[in-house]
Ligand binder design. Structure first.
Ligand SMILES: CSC[C@H]1O[C@H](OP(=O)(O)O)[C@H](O)[C@@H]1O
Ligand SMILES: Nc1ncnc2[nH]cnc12
Length: 290
């Protein structure tokens, strides 16, 4: 099986990475079904990476339809230890302008219909999630953004990403509620990924690309898909530069991550009491502990 230490999940508007060399497309089956699309393996800055279009290259999957478990498990099968998510988000703060980049460090869960754990079926585990983003990976990502000095793009390091169910965008009352909570950006995808990545002991960080002011801002039109995609297309070149620079820095100096041992104290069920079928299904995740 092709291997990569670094994974990239591209969201709305980022369906491929132009700079990848020696590209190989791999269809991966996991115990949780097929991922959103084939994984694109390629070399970036001399390092093998795995790229996945979160909603499929043809954008056929709603946020609520995403096979989150298969996506993260497939990354684990490829040997991924660091996962960078690029995502379109709405801004909930005046100072976060469309086209700005945010590296969030917190989430608020407003989803209703997502499976966000690999556990169950006879095995119980509770990962620590007080710091849902890997601080060291986020640091590398933020340093990479800062080093590029991208014109007209401000970096906001830290901030809270509200993850809503969708697919409809928020009402003004909801948007203002999230603002009153001090949240920074809003999207529909990153929280289940962050939880599953943590369970799979993969370090996870988000490159949030602001595309709109959601619907709260009286001087801006309410968010539309056109607005999101046209802004993200304007930003896609920048996003790829950031990812490339992040990969260069990561491959030179892969940082330690507490995510890499997240399960050490998380599993409650004695492993000899876990049904054999479950042990087999979660084999890749559990093997360190068996
Ligand atoms: C196309 S607008 C809404 C859509 O965009 C974001 O997707 P992603 O996080 O994959 O970039 C947002 O979460 C919604 O899924
Ligand atoms: N305003 C918004 N709400 C939810 N998801 C988004 N993705 C991009 N903009 C968004």
């Amino acid at each position: 099986m092709a291997e990569a230490q670094i994974g990239i999940i591209g969201g709305s508007g980022l369906y491929k990475m132009d700079a990848l060399k020696d590209v190989e497309e791999v269809q991966i089956q996991t115990p949780f079904g097929y991922p959103s699309d084939a994984l694109i393996m390629g070399t970036l800055e001399g390092t093998r990476v795995a790229f996945l279009a979160r909603h499929n290259r043809n954008h056929t999957l709603l946020p609520s339809e995403l096979p989150f478990r298969a996506n993260i498990y497939a990354m684990k099968q490829l040997g991924v230890e660091y996962l960078i998510s690029a995502s379109a988000v709405g801004s909930l703060k005046e100072e976060v302008k469309p086209l700005d980049m945010v590296v969030p460090d917190q989430f608020i869960d407003r989803t209703k219909n997502r499976v966000s754990t690999f556990f169950g079926e006879g095995i119980v585990a509770h990962i620590a999630f007080g710091d849902p983003i890997c601080r060291n990976l986020a640091g590398v990502l933020a340093d990479a953004i800062a080093s590029l000095n991208l014109p007209n793009v401000s970096l906001h390091q830290g901030g809270t990403y509200v993850c809503m169910e969708g697919p409809a965008f928020s009402t003004k009352a909801e948007s203002n509620l999230y603002r009153s909570w001090g949240a920074t950006v809003i999207g529909m995808t990153n929280l289940p990924e962050a939880k599953l990545a943590r369970e799979a002991e993969i370090a996870y960080a988000t490159l949030a690309l602001a595309t709109d002011y959601d619907c709260w801002h009286s001087d801006h039109d309410s968010v539309t898909v056109d607005m999101v995609v046209s802004n993200l297309q304007r930003n896609a070149v920048n996003a790829q530069k950031v990812i490339q620079e992040t990969v260069r820095r990561l491959s030179e100096n892969p940082p330690p991550s507490t995510a890499h041992s997240a399960l050490k104290y998380a599993i409650l069920t004695p492993l000899d009491k876990v049904p054999a079928a479950t042990k087999e299904k979660l084999g890749l995740i559990l093997k360190k502990y068996i």
